[in-house]
Ligand binder design. Structure first.
Ligand SMILES: Cc1cc2nc3c(=O)[nH]c(=O)nc-3n(C[C@H](O)[C@H](O)[C@H](O)COP(=O)(O)OP(=O)(O)OC[C@H]3O[C@@H](n4cnc5c(N)ncnc54)[C@H](O)[C@@H]3O)c2cc1C
Length: 403
């Protein structure tokens, strides 16, 4: 990896962002085009410092997503390719399965709708009754659940390390501490201005996560999309209480809200994470309430779509903020799934910020979104399950570049 100021140079492909999407794209491109010159430009001093390094480590199976959507197709295919990638390289992972739990009869109808969706997406899902649920997750309360055996957990940090090792072995260059600040499209190349010098590339892929809209705007390719950053806050069960959860316990999600609801996840290191809630972040990398950016505040205040969203979901949003500020309220949300969890069982864990795009009509974009403008391709929406899907998203992007 380099961070030194370099003179203007040429590349076949410049990738903006060393999160899992940028790394997977560079990796795929080099696999398909050995010998070509690939340069990854990353603003931070280390790769995967934002969404990729702060996620829940789940290999999603594809249950939730609209049939026919890119999310549905790429999650199903991506889970299999990620399991295979991890298996071949000896990366820690486990296909441990998860339960989606109806805690009362009012949630059973939505659980049935979810089962239909799973079937449409080709994801095996079984209904289990309260007795079977108690065998799998003895501390979980529920009247019925869907068991998704194909869901798993993986160490995405180790996946990124493996991708970087293979990219560098194939001649790819990682330029850390290098933020892209200007782009200009030529007839057959893109001129990239960075904080450490210039680069001319035949093609460019923007995988800048929380700042992908800003990078796209440099060449007028934002297409009306803008990123709304939502912080997800987590707690962790203290080790003496980690026996309360065996694998992954999820609630039945609210279909009108783009997040899955507070859930319990066993990480690959054995710790149990609880969360996340979803509150509006006050800066793109706003990991705490005190991380406030004036520019982001102005963007929120002038975003009419966000105001509309706030009017529609004020009750849900207020609940999320309340759970952020009040540990007892957060604990109560978890107790719906595992009644024995006490507030004293939970310690704060690292938060993550999700890059969720709002579309030109002011609606939260439900699907992955990628746009092409001239020689550049822009990933404009890649929230969860994009880590699961990353190897397949990368294939799709490289196909686009190759035209
Ligand atoms: C809390 C949380 C939990 C999640 N859980 C899961 C899960 O369990 N399973 C799953 O499949 N998905 C999950 N996701 C989603 C998944 O982590 C993301 O979809 C995925 O990591 C997106 O990767 P990325 O490469 O697009 O973005 P990022 O990882 O954010 O990477 C973008 C990179 O671009 C860099 N960058 C930004 N601007 C510039 C610039 N101008 N110049 C150069 N570099 C720049 C950033 O520094 C960053 O390193 C979760 C996300 C969050 C936030």
């Amino acid at each position: 990896m380099t961070s030194a100021r370099s003179p203007s140079a040429r590349a076949d492909l410049a990738v903006v962002g060393a999160g899992i999407i940028g790394l997977a794209t560079a990796h795929r491109y080099l696999a398909d085009h050995p010998g070509r010159r690939v340069v990854i430009l990353e603003a931070e001093d280390r790769p995967a410092m934002h969404q990729t390094g702060r996620n829940s480590g789940v290999l999603h199976s594809g249950v939730y997503y609209r049939p026919g959507s890119a999310k549905a197709e790429l999650a199903v295919a991506g889970r299999s390719s990620m399991v295979e990638f991890a298996r071949q390289r000896g990366i820690a992972h486990e296909v441990c399965g998860k339960v989606i739990v109806a805690v009362d009869s009012s949630e059973q109808e939505r659980l049935a709708a979810l089962a239909e969706r799973a079937a449409s997406n080709g994801v095996p899902a079984e209904f289990i009754d309260a007795r079977r649920l108690a065998e799998l997750e003895p501390y979980c309360a529920g009247v019925e659940a869907l068991l998704i055996r194909g869901t798993g957990i993986v160490d995405y940090g180790a996946v990124c390390d493996a991708l970087i090792g293979e990219i560098e072995a194939a001649g790819g260059e990682m330029r850390m501490g290098t933020a892209v600040v200007g782009l200009s499209e030529g007839a057959d190349s893109v001129r990239v201005t960075t904080t450490t010098g210039e680069l001319v590339a035949k093609s460019l892929v923007n995988c800048a996560g929380l700042r992908c809209d800003q990078v796209a705007a440099l060449v007028g390719a934002r297409g009306g999309y803008r990123i709304v950053p939502f912080r997800g806050e987590y707690y962790e069960l203290v080790p003496e209480r980690s026996h309360l959860v065996n694998n992954l316990i999820y609630p039945v999600p609210d279909p009108s809200f783009p997040f899955l609801g507070v859930h319990l996840t066993r990480m690959i290191d054995g710790t149990i994470h609880a969360g996340p809630n979803a509150v509006l972040a006050l800066s793109r990398e706003g990991y705490r309430w005190s991380d406030i950016s004036g520019a982001q505040l102005r963007e929120h205040v002038t975003n009419r779509g966000l105001w509309r969203l706030a009017r529609r979901y004020w009750r849900t949003g207020a609940g999320e903020v309340w759970r952020s500020l009040n540990k007892t309220a957060f604990t109560r949300a978890l107790q719906r799934l595992v009644p024995d969890i006490e507030s004293s069982d939970l310690v704060r864990s690292a938060a993550g910020v999700r890059a969720q795009a709002m579309d030109p009509d002011g609606e939260l974009e439900d699907d992955f979104a990628v746009a092409t403008a001239g020689r550049s391709t822009h990933v404009l929406n890649a929230p969860s399950p994009a880590a699961t899907s990353s190897l397949e998203i990368a294939k799709m992007i490289v196909k686009r570049i190759d035209g």
